[in-house]
Design a protein around this ligand. Sequence first.
Ligand SMILES: Cc1ncc(COP(=O)(O)O)c(C=O)c1O
Length: 495
Amino acid sequence: MIRNATKTTVLRALRTRAVSRGYASLAEKTFPNEPTAPAVATAIPGPTGKEKIAALNKVFDSAATTFMVDYEKSNGNYIVDADGNTLLDCYAQIASIPLGYNNPTLIEAAKDSKTISALVNRPASGNFPSTNYAEQISGLLKYAPKGMTEVWPGLSGSDANELAFKAAFIYQAAKKRGNADFTPEELESCMRNEAPGSKPFAIMSFETAFHGRLMASLSCTRSKPIHKLDIPAFHWPKAPFPQLKYPLDQNVEYNTAEEKRCLEEVEKLIKGWESPVAAVIVEPIQSEGGDNHASPNFFKGLRDVTKKHGVLLIVDEVQTGVGATGKMWAHEHWGLDGDGLPDLVTFSKKAQSAGYFFRDPAIRPTLAYRQFNTWCGDPAHIMITNAIFREVAENNLPAKAQEVGDYLYKGLTAIQSETGKISRVRGKGQGTFIAFDLASGAQRDQFVVNMRSLGVLVGGTGAQGIRLRPGLLFEEKHAKIFLDTVKKALEQSKA
Ligand SMILES: Cc1ncc(COP(=O)(O)O)c(C=O)c1O
């Protein structure tokens, strides 16, 4: 204990000297007091955590609570629980903390008088936008995906997707209707939730996709039954998502054929579905449903087939957006351009506010109140988003995520060949968006617990996967701790 404490003090002193001499990394400059290693003294949750969970459970369903967090003490890449345990956080609030806990730049942005004003005088921005709203929205658009010229803000990932669906329906109906007015039949039948006023449009999604938990987004979510059970659903088509074999370089022929098969199915479904498909929604990496990847060729093919049939392409960047895949927006890896760019791109999580970007002015409805709600976004959080986007772009954090991702990928593939206990390491060239499988769901669950008790927080994905979702100030020294802990956690698990 004493030796460890001495070591930590020496390391801290060395780091302080490095910071003052200007050699420090961005994480070190940003978080001069970030812990140097995890420190776990109790079970997680420990006695205080258990007490607090029990108290919470009386008033709030805490069935999914992992542990209680002390957010004021959490620092940089380290999360601190109610018992003072300090964990290296490789999951970052389900991929949604962009720049570490208590990032000083974001704290400054939160203290800005304009942010405070937006918090205490929350505007109904559709009717009464703040005098600085155009400036805030332009700030978002500055870092928007290539080609995107407008944004419509929402409140969460699910909300962003549902708003994008509405935009797609309104656009497709307007395209069919031309300049004609709504008919009396449309006006009257929509009030009975019937055609022709209520249109029988569909949104196509993919097997094992995740697009949220609200009513329409849930109809596009296909990751696990537990999310969908008992909830009414739209009868919308589900296309197969490529099931790639790993390692990719040894399965080129199989994977090419698999992607072709899936694209053929997409086209068949668009042509044959009982109702017109208004849009296809796709994640660049299926993040909840197993961290499933497809090649840029697959996505280019998807763009071609949607374009051919006048179907809009919605790219769901709720989890992949804002730098962690090595690009600001993951779909930049596909090399799309011009008319081939996605029609709509949704975002949330690391952006801390939500919404959809689009590039064709025709996607903006021509009448007021068609796309509308009380708040039409959250200006206080949009100001935080502005600060996040600036920090990510100015510090070139996507490129840094790529560097640390390469280190992680190399380390994990080495562990895969040395131990044989993990498989399908995936995410090469996709920044820190890296995942691997354990031999079964039970072994995966045990691995998550082992890692946590060794002081590293990771997330599960799909049936037996582990996913890495650290923030953008997660550096090689953090990655080294993660890799060393993976080895220890695997040693603890039965062969
Ligand atoms: C790709 C994707 N889309 C949508 C959502 C839903 O976002 P939210 O939980 O904020 O509604 C998620 C959440 O995990 C997601 O990963």
